[in-house]
Design a protein around this ligand. Structure first.
Ligand code: 5GP
Length: 117
């Protein structure tokens, strides 16, 4: 298997190969706590399907799944931070994306200095 075809860290978490603090476990979407939080509440909403590398690909390929991610983010924010949140999709390496399996950062409370997800 080439490096590019290796499962993402999120696919490995979804497969149960790597532990994570799962806060939502849905049919098409899961959510976990970020391992390096940049805000008092920092969750990652992740589709189980790894085929979309970023939000633009997801919006073009499966807009209903994107809408489900946003609804999940709102439900999690209702539960964890009073219903108000930032939703960040880093898109591309120069924008800070490190995992090329689309995911939304749900950030609640004041961000750590200089960071957006
Ligand atoms: P990106 O930089 O691609 O927008 O976001 C990837 C996020 O995944 C980062 O905020 C990083 O802290 C988080 N992350 C990377 N590896 C792990 C992991 O093994 N477990 C968890 N829970 N989060 C991770």
């Amino acid at each position: 298997m080439s490096a590019a075809a290796e499962p993402s860290i999120f696919s490995r978490i979804i497969a149960g190969e790597i532990p994570a603090d799962v806060v939502f476990d849905g049919e098409r979407v899961i959510a976990i706590r970020d391992i390096a939080p940049k805000a008092p509440v920092h969750l990652l909403v992740i589709p189980r399907d790894p085929q979309y590398r970023n939000v633009a690909e997801l919006a073009a390929g499966d807009p209903a799944l994107l809408a489900e991610m946003v609804a999940t983010a709102q439900a999690l924010a209702d539960e964890h931070c009073g219903g108000e949140f930032r939703l960040v999709f880093n898109t591309g390496e120069s924008a800070g994306q490190t995992v090329f399996h689309v995911h939304a950062h749900v950030l609640g409370g004041t961000l750590s200095e200089g960071s957006l997800g």
